[in-house]
Design a protein around this ligand. Structure first.
Ligand code: AMP
Length: 249
């Protein structure tokens, strides 16, 4: 069984992002970039399935600028067998990524796509769902447990107030939630080995996909600064302030 794992290159989660002065987006010049954390979980899950003898090949795919090669090498250091970069400098929105992944799925014929539930830069939470719709495959999102056997996926999902377990037929799209697993650290020998693994590059044109944006960002702004708090003398003072100043009671 082949598992395809899309991995997105995003601003590292430890970086405090800054909005560009003209409000058109977030400044990513000279900022540390890393693999989207939910995609690390997806790669880890696919590699564990391979180690358990369930999967035979783990294919990592990233769409974006040439720098995404680094993200693919990280995926291969965790254990992916090979990588494909869909190289473009264009701004990619979830629908475009889903179309690119659909074109690759048509070519590669994986039995499962395991992707992150959301990218921490755009917080869209759309690509996996759109991909399942384009492929006409079942989907199980926000997985906290995945079992693949007998042509089926049994997926436990985190939902409001508890857990839900679904059984879906393969091929299917599964998206990962935070508690699915704890990704391993890539060891130095595995980082070295990853440099020798195959990494192919294709373009959106070669896949026959038009990636032109469909949505327009009007404005990006920093959250409003919080004003300093005050100490109240007693409960009566607190109630008076809530009533007269905050006007919340
Ligand atoms: P989003 O819908 O943007 O929140 O992204 C959800 C998931 O789709 C991510 O966790 C990735 O697994 C995948 N994805 C989104 N954009 C890309 C990209 N440019 N390259 C590879 N995978 C992506």
């Amino acid at each position: 069984m082949k598992i395809l794992v899309p991995v997105k290159r995003v601003v590292d989660y430890n970086v405090k992002v800054r909005v560009k002065a003209d409000g058109t987006g977030v400044d990513i010049a000279n900022v540390k970039m890393s693999m989207n954390p939910f995609d690390e979980i997806a790669i880890e899950e696919a590699v564990r399935l391979k180690e358990a003898g369930v999967a035979t090949e783990v294919l990592a795919v990233s769409a974006g600028v040439a720098g995404c090669q680094e993200t693919l090498r990280t995926a291969m250091a965790i254990g992916a067998d090979r990588g494909i970069l869909i190289e473009t400098d264009a701004e990619l929105q979830p629908l475009a990524v889903a179309k690119l992944l659909k074109a690759l799925c048509d070519k590669e014929q994986p039995q499962a796509v395991i992707c992150g539930k959301q990218a921490i830069d755009d917080d869209a939470n759309q690509t996996g769902q759109m991909l399942a719709a384009l492929l006409g495959w079942p989907q199980a999102t926000f997985a906290s447990k995945v079992v693949l056997a007998d042509g089926k996926a049994t997926v436990t999902r985190e939902v409001d107030g508890g857990l839900e377990t679904l059984e879906i037929a393969l091929p299917a799209v599964i998206t990962t939630d935070l508690r699915l697993n704890e990704p391993r650290y890539a060891t130095l020998p595995n980082i070295m080995k990853a440099k020798k693994k195959p990494l192919d590059t294709v373009t959106p044109d070669a896949l026959g996909v038009d990636v032109a944006p469909r949505l327009k960002t009007l404005k990006v702004a920093e959250p409003a600064k919080r004003s300093a708090g005050v100490k109240v003398a007693d409960v009566a003072d607190l109630v008076a302030k809530l009533k007269n100043e905050a006007k919340v009671i």
